[in-house]
Design a binder for this molecule. Sequence first.
Ligand SMILES: Cc1ncc(COP(=O)(O)O)c(C=O)c1O
Length: 398
Amino acid sequence: MKPLSKRVTEIQPSMTVEIDALAKRLSTEGRSIWSLGVGEPNFDTPVHIKEAAIRAVNKGLTRYTAPSGMQSFKEAVSEKLLKENQLAYAPEQIIATSGAKHAVFNAISAIVGKGDEVLIPAPYWGTYPELIRYCGGVPVILECGVEDNFRLKAQQISKAITEKTKAVILNNPCNPTGVVHNRKELESFAKVIVENDLYCIADEIYEHFVYTKESSISIATFPDMQERTVLINGFSKAYCMTGWRIGYLAAPKDLAMEIVKMQGQTTHHPSNISQYGAIAALGGSLVSVTVMRQEFSERMYRMCEVLESIENVNFPKPEGAFYLFVDISAYYGKKTDGGAQISNSIEFCKALLDEQGVVIVPGVAFGVDSCVRFSFTASLPTISVAMPKFRDFIEGMR
Ligand SMILES: Cc1ncc(COP(=O)(O)O)c(C=O)c1O
């Protein structure tokens, strides 16, 4: 057989997706597994959202619509962006996508061509560099260390810019670090982006998950940014709609038109049923999100308490999203209680799963091998079993 396309064969699988599948498989095989791996809220989709989708099905609203999504969906998103983010977008600048991941794919496909460089702060969500490479581009990593609490500095952006730089990806609040860049920081990033005529792909899917007094601000709100930003958001996290596969992007008109053209030839629009659910989500109150945020804040507190009691693990307290990104590299070079030699984050997570049944994600999946990621979307009972097991595992290392 002739070889398949390099573009496809060279793409790396998503490690978080693989780890989640492994945890589910082990669990069905009868092993006791405590998963702090996946970033999926353990709450159900709110009832009013489910009912809106069921009504749509029962009314037969199940036909093709425009590739960019239903007009009522785009109007609802446009209203949301104005009300919550102080950003004025016409409905034709909005495109419904099959999740935020699909919106990221669309944005990168539309902006990045062969040899184009895209700046990505690390730790990063693992999908970004893979999609950039898939489109023939070159991911350029801006390393943010634990010593700087994983915060990006504007100088890192300006120093990395070359003639080939096309765009910067900014995920704020950030998966996996929980960093929420503040107004001053965002302003300094925006200034460099505008001065260098770059695009910005702004992934704001965790905007409602902020645990400090300040709320998250969209980078598109800074002067001259909206015209060069593809704003990305979705319903998976805030409305517990991971399986509904519904998200959106908002972009300058000409860029949006190109993406609509591409979407019309590929996926067409995301399911109408999910769009009806999403309209109900935006039209309803944010009470369920507030309840979830309070619960996550409690879970984070419990996890931090255990982590702080362990020697030589290092992490900044998350300000947002629902992850803890923890430097455990002081334990590399040691052996576990079960006899496994640990020299990197994959070996660490594998041994932790083998010996304690606890699932976390290796930092290498986010470009930083010295760390591991914990998700606090699991229930408190799971957390209260898993965290002491993690401590036992670490304390058993010699
Ligand atoms: C930073 C970031 N962007 C996008 C997504 C994808 O979300 P969706 O389920 O809407 O595709 C995720 C999911 O984990 C994420 O962490």
